[in-house]
Structures are given as C-alpha cells and as structure tokens.
Design a protein around this ligand. Structure first.
Ligand code: NAD
Length: 541
C-alpha cells in the first residue's frame, strides 16, 4: 500500500475566534445565521451515501423561538436501520483495504473544511438548532470538532507506531485492525463536536459505522454529513439515521456483526443499552467494545482561603454557559460560611448583567434550554425549591416559555446536603449551593465525594496548598476531570482529555489515544527468518 512512513501535520488547537462586536467575523456569522433561519431545510438520512427521505417529516424549531420552523428531518423505521447495517458491512472491505494515510487525509480535510468554508454554516446550525450563542457554538462546533479530527489523526499514528521488540532472528509486529463487524454511534444533543467525533473516530480507525444522532441535534448533524461527504468519506462508511432510540438500539444490538458501541448521553439510557448487550452476548461474533460517556453532577468545592471573585466568576461561567447543558456544568457548590455572603454578592452583581434571549443577538450570554421537557424539568426544580423548607431560590428563578424555552440563571441555597437539586442531574441553568461551617472542611470533602453517583468533573478553589493537596487526595475518585482554581467546564482536546467514571461513564477520554485504542483489535505478528528444522532442543542432548 504505502511506500513511505509518512508523518501527519503536527496537531495544534484551533484558535477560537472572538466575534467581537462589529467585527467582520461576527457580521459574516450572523448573516449566515439569518439566511439559514429564513429557509426551510430538508434533512434526509444518509445511508450508503444516498439521501434517504420518508413520508414521516418531523419539523425542527429553534429552542429560542419554538413557533418558528427552520426545516424538517426525515424519520426512518427499522427498515432503514437494517439497510444502514447492510451497507456499512458492504463498505467494510474496501475501507479496510485503504492505507491509513488516505483515511487520515479525509479527516484532515474535514477539519480544514470546518475551519474554513463550513465554519459559519456549522456554527449557525448549532446556534439555530441547539440554541448556542456565537461563542458557545465556536468553541464546540468549530474548534472542538476541528481539534478532535486533527488530534485523532495524530493519535492514530502514535498508536500505529507502538510496536513490540524483536529478539534475534525474528521480527515482531503489531497491527491495529479495525473491529470485525460494524460499530454503532449514539450521540447527544448538546455538543456538535461530540456528535461528529463519535462516528468519525471509529471510521478513522478503519471501522464502518451506523450513527444515530439525537433528533434535537438533527440540524447540525446534517451539516456534519455535508462536510464528511465533501471531505471524501466513502459511501457506506458513516451512515446517519433518524430513528427511535430504543427501538434502534434493540435492533442494532441484537445483530451478530455488532462490534462496538460509542455512546454519549444520559446514564440511564447507557445502562439500558449495556444490559441489552449483555442479553445478546451469545449472539455476537466478537465481544463488543462498549464506550459510554454519561451524566454528571459536577461540583465546585471552595476552601475558606478561596479567592472570592475568581470563585464567583467560575460559578457563573461554569453553571450558566450554554444554560448549564454541558455534562461538565457546575451544578452543586460547597461554600464555607465565612465567604458565602461575599461570593453571593459578586455573583448577584455579575448575574444582574446577564442577558437572556435568542442566539441571533451575540450579547445574550444565556439562551434557551433545548426543549419543552427540559423547560418543565427546570421549572419543576425551581417551583419546588420556592416552596421547600430546606431550600430557597436566592438568585434568579424566572422561567418564560412564551417565545422560547428561557430559564434564567438560578441559584438555590439549601441547608440539606441531600436536597434533590444538589443530588440529581438537572441539565439546566440551576446551581445549588450548600453552605458549610468552615471547621467542617474535611467532613465536607467526604460529603462531596459521596453525595452523587456520578464522577465527571469537579473543581476545588483554594489559595492554601495544604488544603489543595487534601482535596486532591480526598476527591481522587470523585471526578475524571479535576480543576484547581478553575471552572469545571471547557476541556480542550489534547490538553485535558475528557471523561468521567462511576455513573458518568467508562472514562475512555474522548479525543485521546485511550479512546482510539477501543476501536481497534490488535494482531501480533511474529516472523521467523531462519526457522528450526529439527524438533530437538539442546537440552535433549
Ligand atoms: P439522552 O440520553 O436523552 O440521548 C442520547 C442519545 O440516546 C440520543 O441520540 C437519543 O436519541 C438516544 N436515546 C434516547 N433514549 C434511548 C434509548 N432508550 N435507547 C437507546 N438510545 C436512546 O441524552 P441527551 O439529552 O441527548 O444528552 C444529555 C445527557 O448526555 C446528559 O445526561 C449529559 O450529562 C450527557 N452527556 C455526557 C457527556 C460526557 O462526556 N460524559 C457529554 C455530553 C452529554
């Protein structure tokens, strides 16, 4: 195949554009947004490279303007799931036979398409369909996705370069084969980058994929498929279907050629799928790989020595950016009594200036939550806190669903460390604060560690090195991404590989070599140059 040991371009994080008011970049992005907002986009499934339409059209409404229609996607049935599996398996041999440089080139091209001609389009799609503001769209749909694509290519070559040692007279090699069969990617609504990364990193490693995006992310999923097509992903290698999640999982996970699940979404859904895999284990040709990044109840733990303004800022950014709909969002905070009044004052001052509204206006820091269910869920927590004896809404609390699903940034203060909103994943702009007695620092660390079944992200704020060290040790297993004097969100590919353990996932760190390793099945090859010609070993005399 290849007649060179090629080196791939050195991966570097994509610079984040600022979209400063009046800049050419913000004008261009908003113009693209407006144009797309006025259209009615038709979104087909893509199976074997063909656009597949059905009679079942589901309309798409921006969460910040739920009466407006921006298009519709074609909903498929189990017939389409079967077809997607069939064409994926049919594409397998040719894809597997292609040299790795060709696969690398396709995904490097995809990264450059997003960095250049598709940047506004993929950002605008994310702003419209998922209600992300310009900055949130840029760090997700553009930068993180570009980083995933470029870094994965580099990690692939590092993995391929890992080779065994060889004794005299033999040559040992390791070959990183794709999994035998097809892979299944199931992705969440909240990150365009995750949604593209899950199927593409498996394809990069030589696998063929059936991808079921979240119906709430259909708009940007469509742009991802446009990019993949233009980048040269061959027909059948990544097949995108819009079908019912549970029914699809039942169908796919019962297939004998099912080889791997790459999932990101809620814990309950992942656990249900794992169980289905267990129930089908005797049907499969190989033991499937299971990777799932799931829910979180991410903490911020402050020490009395914490810098008040830095802590308050981290809470505001960490809890409310993208309406708290990041799996890493700060949703429970433990603040010592001695500084809480001051922290609250700074938060109030900052939060008074937060504008809530449509994504078309870049000055809005907070936009809409994803749908009616999420709005009702958030409102339910706020309403109950308003009536509770052991909790109080101390900042925010306003909900307004007339035009869009707007939940204003809210702080609930509770005296009960097991109050519902400090334990359960809400996935909205609601932060619950528990104020602890300063002398109970060590007990509170235990509380942080044991309160939630999740272990995704967490932060510690302190200016005291001994306290930092104590928290570092006490919270060793409480998060997969641990921050010191920073907010628990905003992991960057290549810098803070992302993933959690306990009920938060298998911790295979998306966008890392560890993750790519799950999508290959190594073959050890031993070649002997001058083989023995007599069975007798020297010890036999
Ligand atoms: P979700 O679990 O509702 O949906 C995820 C995907 O699963 C979607 O494609 C959905 O259609 C599908 N699905 C839904 N029900 C299913 C079922 N019964 N069987 C099979 N598939 C099914 O999650 P969401 O609301 O899209 O995303 C939010 C969740 O994702 C939160 O819990 C968040 O913490 C988590 N998340 C985690 C990470 C991480 O890296 N740990 C990243 C992003 C999101």
């Amino acid at each position: 195949m290849s007649k060179a040991i090629s080196q791939v371009p050195f991966a570097q994080n994509e610079p984040v554009k600022t979209y400063a008011p009046g800049s050419e970049e913000v004008k261009s992005l908003i113009a693209t947004y407006k144009k797309m907002y006025a259209e009615e986009l038709e979104i087909p499934m893509v199976i074997g490279g063909k656009n597949v339409t059905t009679k079942e059209k589901v309309t798409i409404h921006p969460p910040h303007d739920h009466k407006h229609t921006v298009g519709f996607y074609h909903q498929g049935t189990m017939k389409h799931v079967d077809e997607a599996i069939k064409v994926a398996l049919a594409a397998k041999k040719q894809w597997n036979d292609l040299g790795w440089e060709q696969r690398a080139a396709i995904f490097l091209k995809a990264a450059d398409l997003i960095a250049g001609p598709y940047r506004d389009r993929i950002n605008a799609a994310t702003m419209i369909g998922q209600s992300k503001n310009v900055h949130q769209a840029e760090i997700d749909a553009a930068c993180e996705l570009i980083d995933f694509l470029r870094f994965n290519v580099e990690f692939m070559t590092e993995l391929y370069a890992e080779q065994p040692i060889s004794d005299a007279g033999i040559w040992n090699r390791a070959e990183y084969r794709p999994l035998e069969g097809f892979c299944f990617a199931v992705t969440p609504f909240n990150f365009t980058a995750i949604s593209a990364n899950l199927p593409s990193c498996m394809a990069l490693m030589g696998n063929v994929v059936v991808w079921k995006p979240s119906d709430k992310q259909a708009y940007s999923a469509h742009v991802i498929m446009e990019v993949f097509k233009e980048a040269g992903v061959p027909d059948g290698v990544i097949n995108m279907i819009f079908t019912d999640g549970k029914e699809t999982a039942e169908r796919v996970l019962a297939h004998p050629d099912f080889a791997g699940l790459h999932f990101t979404g809620s814990t309950k859904v992942f656990q249900g799928m794992w169980k289905m895999i267990g129930d089908n284990i005797h049907n499969y040709k190989s033991y499937p790989r299971i990777v799932g990044e799931t829910g979180g109840k991410d903490f911020v733990m402050a020490h009395p020595s914490a810098d008040v303004e830095a802590l308050a800022t981290a809470l505001v950014r960490g809890a409310y950016e993208y309406q708290g709909q990041k799996c890493s969002a700060a949703s429970r905070a433990y603040i010592p009594k001695s500084i809480w009044k001051d922290v609250k004052k700074v938060m109030e001052k900052q939060m008074k200036t937060i504008k809530v509204g449509t994504t078309e206006d870049p000055s809005n820091f907070v936009n809409a939550v994803i749908d009616r269910n999420s709005f009702d869920k958030c409102k339910g927590y706020i309403d109950r806190a308003e009536k509770a004896k052991d909790a109080e809404v101390v900042i925010g609390g306003k909900c307004d669903d007339k035009k869009g699903y707007f939940v204003h940034p809210t702080v609930i203060e509770t005296t009960n460390p097991h109050y519902e909103s400090i334990e359960q994943e809400i996935f909205g702009p609601i932060l619950t604060v528990y104020v602890y007695e300063d002398k109970k620092w060590a007990e509170t660390l235990q509380l942080v560690d044991s309160t939630s079944p999740y272990a995704l992200t967490g932060s510690i704020f302190s200016q005291d090195r001994y306290a930092i060290n104590e928290a570092y040790k006490a919270l060793e297993n409480a998060s997969g991404n641990f921050y010191i004097n920073d907010k628990p969100t905003g992991a960057v590919v290549g810098q803070q590989p992302f993933g959690g353990s306990r009920a938060s996932g298998t911790n295979d760190k998306a966008g890392s070599k560890m993750n790519l390793l799950r999508w290959v099945s190594a073959r050890s090859i031993k070649e002997t140059f001058v083989p023995a010609k007599d069975y007798k070993y020297p010890y036999l005399g």
